[in-house]
Design a protein around this ligand. Sequence first.
Ligand code: GDP
Ligand code: MN
Length: 387
Amino acid sequence: MQLHEYQAKNILSEHDVPIPFGQVASSDLECKKISTSINGKVVIKAQVHAGGRGKAGGIKVADNPEEAKKAAQEMLGTSLKTFQSGGTEFPINKVYVEEASDISKELYLAVTMDFDEKCPVIILSTEGGMNIEEVAEKTPDKIMKIHVNPLIGPSPYKVRNLLSLLNLEQKISQQISSIIQKLYRIFDSLDCTLIEINPLAITNDEKVIALDAKITIDDDSIFRHPDIEDLFDETQMNQSELKALSNDLAYIKLHEGKVGCMVNGAGLAMATMDITMKAGTAPANFLDVGGSASEERIEEAYKIIASDNDVEIILVNLFGGILRCDVAAKGIINGFKNHNKPIPMVVVLRGTNSSEAKLLLENSELDISFVEDLPTAAIEIRNKLGK
Ligand code: GDP
Ligand code: MN
């Protein structure tokens, strides 16, 4: 679960990580009021679940409250698409109003999991700011890492060693070192998958402050943090993904293809997507109905997949274990009949009661092809799309 910048900054501030003074606003008037209380230059920042706002017009500097109001007016109620948002438009319902800082240098600091090393990793670079992706690609030696033993936490000597390589003033290094320890404590205690501060700014008066903050919490441990769960902002989610979530279905929107995929199990999902690629096309989404879905849930799954405008054909690939194939077939037929937009389907249903399912689908006389296996499904998809 991702947090907004203002929520993440609240957490940072609770843990004594220095941040500029700021408050969140939902209207232009509120923004003006905050800006008046700051009494100086302010930065207005769109609160959306995507990075790269700076380059997309989601960060504006205002010299006075009137300008701040105008900036908020221009942003609130619109949506933002950034190079990080994968084609999605995120609605701007709130802006964060922050006192502007005079920056002398922008660093990058993050704590995340290193899945190769199987431990947390602290990532630090002196080349922070909006082009960090380019730095990582072109000059990876400028990105430094400390792997952390989770039983011990970041060893102070390792942090000192790393900072000594950066040629920073003692005064600055000490502040960064303290921030690293605090961030790690947050990372650990809140079960984060990522804390990213970019930029971690060194100001003209030699203070180190978090100018931006991104925190993502591991979904599987949200139950341990009910107060964090309350911070969930459903407006930032793809609405079909949200609908799936409320039906206990895992739905992922993808941004290339035209094949909707209904599957059960993650492994089968991957194989199914490989097959769609083999058919010379690509998945538009996939939905995992789980191992024991009911007829109603299959119908709901159909509706969610079919409501994606990119979908031109649906590939169903379910293994009938606890979920019986005939039950799945009935759900599919109901979905097809009851949804306002019937979409041609290719169906692979193997396992318990597969032959009953085949009979049901063939007798339905709908544009649903029952096929025996995935390779045949690939050929059938190609045929149907070619028509
Ligand atoms: P992102 O593009 O979504 O990562 O948004 P950021 O919060 O990182 O802001 C983008 C850029 O705006 C930063 O890298 C800074 O260069 C600039 N910026 C943000 N806040 C301030 C500020 O208070 N003062 C100044 N001078 N620049 C700022
Ligand atoms: Mn940033």
